[in-house]
Design a protein around this ligand. Structure first.
Ligand SMILES: C[S@@+](CC[C@H](N)C(=O)[O-])C[C@H]1O[C@@H](n2cnc3c(N)ncnc32)[C@H](O)[C@@H]1O
Length: 314
């Protein structure tokens, strides 16, 4: 489930192999009677493998903002009483789950293969569909609505920051001029327009790759959700509970890295108080890992994945 759509493979993903599956399960330190949360259920690749390691006493809660992912989760819940599924933004998992003392929480960020594969979801520049890109199509603005109202400066900033698009200003200007006469409504229409504005790429990727990624991150407020989701996870984990986060984009990974680093240090109170007043740290950093060569050989989409792990301290 790659998020960084750096090539056609990411846009035409045919299989739905969960990324870093074995490593994630090891990092979660699954106890047969433990209670776990899969905050990004998708199609349940990680969840099913986790359930296979749980005993009858174990419990797993799945979470996703995408109604189709939740429908898949309901089927699993009907077949396995140890599993339940919630629909919502993981930014608010604490509100959904309350005080939980969980043994582990998994985040596998980004979009799922089914989201990319279905033209009508509007994520893919390779498949013609409505310009939507919402993981939750029942809330917020579609990409078409966002593109119709965003300022040129904000658009340039989004393209540059979330897409690392070198020609962000030029592209933002062109989009804003064009939308005055003809709003963008279709994925392929936008992709072709971007290709007509940008110089030919020598990286072997479609010229719209970066812009589509950037617009998707903005439309779904993905980075804000990650920042809030991490805080909520800290609240939900019990002592020695594991936080496992798989990122596909350097901006996601930076947020996770900073969050873990910040909570692995003693928390300073006011600077006016003596250092002894510092609260103890709440996480222990257990490091990061990448997909191994064996996985990369069968799943090239795992190449940008970075998994970070931390343990909740008492
Ligand atoms: C990469 S896929 C997860 C795949 C899953 N691990 C599997 O094995 O099938 C990411 C999933 O997270 C969901 N998601 C992304 N951001 C979310 C958020 N802020 N709140 C809830 N779900 C989110 C997406 O809808 C998508 O289904």
């Amino acid at each position: 489930m790659t998020q960084k759509a750096t090539g056609t493979a990411a846009q035409t993903s045919a299989d739905h192999r969960p990324v870093m599956l074995e490593a994630a399960l090891r990092a979660l330190n699954v106890k047969p009677a433990g209670r776990y949360l899969d905050a990004t259920f998708g199609r349940g690749g990680h969840s099913r493998a986790l359930l296979a390691r749980l005993g009858q006493e174990g419990r797993l809660v799945g979470f996703d903002r995408d109604p189709e992912a939740v429908a898949a989760g309901l089927e699993l819940a009907a077949a396995d009483a140890r599993f339940s599924i919630h629909r919502g933004n993981f930014a608010d998992i604490d509100a959904h789950l309350g005080e939980s003392s969980l043994d582990g929480i998994l985040f596998d960020f980004g979009v799922s293969s089914p989201q990319l594969d279905q033209a009508e979801r509007g994520f893919s520049f390779m498949r013609d569909g409505p310009l939507d890109m919402r993981m939750d199509p029942d809330s917020g603005e579609s990409a078409a609505q966002w593109l119709a109202r965003v300022s040129e400066a904000e658009l340039a900033d989004v393209l540059k920051t979330y897409g690392e698009e070198k020609h962000a200003r030029r592209l933002a200007r062109a989009i804003v001029i064009r939308r005055e006469t003809e709003p963008f409504t279709r994925t392929v229409e936008l992709a072709e327009f971007i290709a007509s504005v940008l110089p030919r790429s020598h990286e072997g990727i479609h010229p719209a790759t970066r812009a589509f990624q950037a617009i998707r991150i903005a439309v779904n407020s993905e980075l804000r959700a990650i920042a809030r989701g991490m805080e909520a996870a800290l609240f939900l984990l019990g002592a020695e509970g594991r936080l496992v986060a798989i990122s596909f984009h350097s901006l996601e990974d930076r947020l996770v890295k900073q969050f873990i680093a910040q909570h692995s240090r003693p928390q300073q109170g006011s600077r006016r108080l003596p250092p002894t007043a510092a609260a103890p740290s709440t996480l222990r950093d257990l490091g990061k890992q990448r997909a191994d060569a064996a996985e990369l050989s069968v799943n090239p989409r795992a190449r940008s994945a970075v998994m970070r792990v931390a343990e909740r301290l008492r």
